[in-house]
Design a protein around this ligand. Structure first.
Ligand code: NAP
Length: 390
């Protein structure tokens, strides 16, 4: 049977997920047409993608970069700018890959779903911040979210084929695995001396700087608890985290009869990316193939939630609901950026986030305007705390 060709918009094309998505697309020229891309600072790399894939529409973050990009891509390519540009591009393809980092990815998530597209979602921050709003646009006919985040992609695969109803009464809990990051096993005294360079050395995954730092604080896992709850409609207190240093079991679902279904593969983001692009087909590349002819061990241990306070903070944000997850994520973005710029130490990140959360007043989140106001307030408080610490 002939494969149906599908158009793809790849927003965040120059980053870690973006370039790995390009690698998948390169191997499947008969299945996918890359019609739109977006990036921000790496203009040269973005222009190279436009030329290689003959892309006709490209988005950038800043108006001041338009002329330089125009020179590199020539006259026949439409250039769109800013959040409105991202939203327009996200409404323009069958499959929208949201590989933008941070809250800047929100217009992509909202526009892709509102226009009834498949959203292949790497950008967890938009879903976490806007969960109640995403829930309503997700009901648009044709709209669907397939998770690129490897843990959530694993859960999606573990849930497939089970006869659950909405709200999943047959699921007891979702079990997210965590590598534990570079500081697994470190004591609080050791963590107090951890450097940003140490934090950027992830033991099993090669990723963008922000998520690598998030992995080292375990904030990434906290954000993933919120992401899993929003994606699968399971309360956060039924999402458990277990440390699994080998990053082979990508996550698990425990059913009410005690059965646990897991998804295993080598850690390679091209597998979840290809799953989201190809669905319902599996693409024939075996990126994650395991070699069972030689011995290897899989180990599991509970996370140290006293040393890694980001995890309890995320559960607390889930309990508070409303805009609390948006505050958590926004404050974390500011603190991580300050750490990467060398303005605060690694050990300051979580206390800054925690300090911002102390000011959050619970209430419902009912509009996108409210969400932008909450995001701005949380960032303002976080920046003030950065100044105090710096
Ligand atoms: N990396 C992974 O393996 C991985 C795994 C699971 C989930 N994720 C999630 O995937 C997302 C991307 O992560 P990453 O590691 O790929 O990050 P990254 O390497 O830092 O790439 C981020 C991308 O977003 C673009 N971007 C940033 N701001 C933008 C804006 N305002 N408009 C348009 N493009 C913008 C960047 O463009 P420039 O580079 O041109 O500035 C870049 O293409 C994050 O939400 C992360 O949590 C990543």
């Amino acid at each position: 049977m002939a494969t149906v060709r599908r158009s793809v918009a790849l927003l965040g094309a120059t980053g870690s997920v973006g370039t790995q998505t390009l690698d998948v697309l390169r191997r499947e020229p008969d299945r996918f047409d890359l019609v739109a891309v977006a990036g921000s600072r790496r203009l040269r790399e973005l222009a190279a993608v436009v030329r290689e894939f003959r892309v006709v529409r490209v988005g950038i973050a800043r108006e001041q970069d338009r002329a330089e990009l125009r020179e590199m891509v020539g006259p026949g390519v439409e250039i769109l700018v800013g959040p409105e540009g991202l939203a327009a591009l996200a409404a323009s393809a069958d499959i929208v890959v949201n590989a933008v980092v941070g809250f800047a990815g929100l217009p992509v998530t909202m526009a892709a779903l509102a226009s009834g597209r498949r959203l292949a979602l790497a950008n967890k921050e938009s879903l976490i911040a806007a969960a109640p709003l995403v829930e309503s646009v997700r009901a648009t006919p044709g709209a669907e979210i397939l998770p690129i985040d490897s843990e959530h992609c694993a859960i999606h695969q573990c849930l497939a084929g089970s006869a659950g109803e909405p709200g999943r009464p047959d699921v007891r809990r979702l079990i997210l695995t965590a590598s534990g990051g570079p500081f697994r096993g470190w004591t609080r005294e050791q963590l107090a001396r951890a450097s940003t360079t140490d934090a950027l050395r992830h033991p099993t995954w090669s990723m963008g700087a922000k998520i690598t730092i998030d992995s080292s604080t375990l904030m990434n896992k906290g954000l993933e608890v919120l992401e899993a709850s929003a994606l699968f409609g399971v309360a956060a207190d039924r999402v458990t985290v277990v440390v699994h240093p080998q990053s082979i079991v990508h996550s698990m679902v425990e059913y009410v009869d005690g059965a646990v279904i897991a998804q295993l593969s080598r850690p390679d983001m091209r597998l979840p990316i290809a799953y989201c692009l190809g669905m319902p087909d599996r693409l024939d590349h075996a990126w994650g193939q395991l070699d069972f002819t030689s011995a290897f061990a899989l180990t599991f241990e509970p996370p140290d939630v006293e040393a890694f306070a980001a995890l309890p903070l995320a559960y607390e944000a889930a309990r508070l609901g409303g805009a609390a997850p948006a505050w958590l994520s926004a404050a974390n973005e500011v603190a991580v950026a300050a750490c990467l710029e060398g303005r605060v130490a690694w050990r300051d990140i979580v206390p800054i986030v925690s300090g911002v959360m102390d000011s959050y007043e619970p209430g419902p989140l009912s509009s996108i305007e409210e969400l932008y106001a909450h995001d701005a307030r949380a960032r303002e408080l976080a920046r003030a705390l950065v100044e105090v610490v710096a």
